[in-house]
Design a protein around this ligand. Structure first.
Ligand SMILES: [Zn+2]
Length: 272
């Protein structure tokens, strides 16, 4: 039977730790590397509700995209949110492993999963990592055929797990799009790279008012592209879980479950 360390090795062969951003934290956060693993739950966030899901499933290990302990802490008392997660994991004998920005950058990682889901054929990195052709930040590529921005946004909405956030669009809904850039998770720091890339549309999450407004004003000086499609951060990264789970299930022969519990923080949406 594989151990927690064996599963970590499998994940690190596919999602290499050296691809992570320098500020990031990855790997085993909670648990015993020598413990046996029969069942793994894959989820975006190490939330308490996800730990409860793992307990119900009888999982020995949770693999998440987001780290539990990214910044320094001085307490993991169970009266704090993160401490409560640590306590419940340990008292339930469940380990927690994270693959964050290394999974974003890897071939077959978060951005490849997002690109494939929105219909990009043969995506390549938007910003390649070193000389390696298939690794790096974001992805860019062509759709099988041009769509209007409105058709494309509807297809994106259908490809992502449902959230109250939904899919927000900036640009002419009748404008045609062929080349698509994507960045899973918060993507407004890559707006310049997207503009330089010549993409017709940019799919990402957490676009803030000022960067998005400025990008649109610059785009309107030209032909209006790149248009913007802003999706839920959680949804943009959830798509990867199935690929990661399949990789581990095939290689280790353990039972895997992808959490469908939405950890998007927004729970309702109103409009006038
Ligand atoms: Zn994220």
């Amino acid at each position: 039977m594989p151990t927690v360390a064996d599963i970590a090795d499998l994940l690190e062969a596919r999602f290499r730790p050296d691809l992570a951003e320098p500020w990031d934290v990855n790997g085993l956060a909670v648990g015993d590397p020598s413990a046996d693993v029969r069942r793994i739950l894959f989820a975006v966030d190490p939330a308490l509700a996800v730990v409860d899901e793992a307990i119900e499933l009888g999982a020995d290990l949770i693999v998440t995209h987001h780290p539990l302990l990214l910044r320094g802490v001085t307490s993991v008392a169970s009266s704090t949110p993160k401490g409560a997660v640590v306590h419940r994991l340990i008292s339930s004998g469940i380990a927690l492993y994270t693959a964050h920005t290394n999974a974003d950058a890897a071939a077959g990682g978060v951005c490849d999963a997002l690109a494939a889901a929105v219909g990009v054929v043969d995506p390549v990195p938007l910003i390649p990592a070193g000389q390696a052709g298939a690794e790096g930040t974001g992805r860019i590529g062509m759709l099988a055929g041009p769509l209007t921005l409105g058709e494309f946004a509807q297809a994106v909405a259908g490809a992502l797990p449902p959230t109250e956030h939904g899919v927000r669009v900036a640009g002419d809904l009748d404008g045609l799009v062929s080349t698509v850039a994507v960045v899973g998770g918060a993507g407004d720091s890559f707006l310049d790279a997207v503009r330089v890339s010549g993409a017709d549309v940019y799919v990402t999450a957490d676009l803030r008012h000022h960067p998005a407004s400025e990008a649109r004003e610059l785009a309107e000086l030209g032909d209006g592209r790149p248009y913007l499609v802003d999706v839920s951060h959680y949804a943009s990264e959830w798509l990867w879980l199935a690929d990661a789970a399949e990789h581990v299930a095939d290689a280790a022969g353990v039972d895997v479950t992808v959490s469908t519990l939405s950890t998007d923080p927004w729970t309702a949406r109103f409009s006038a």
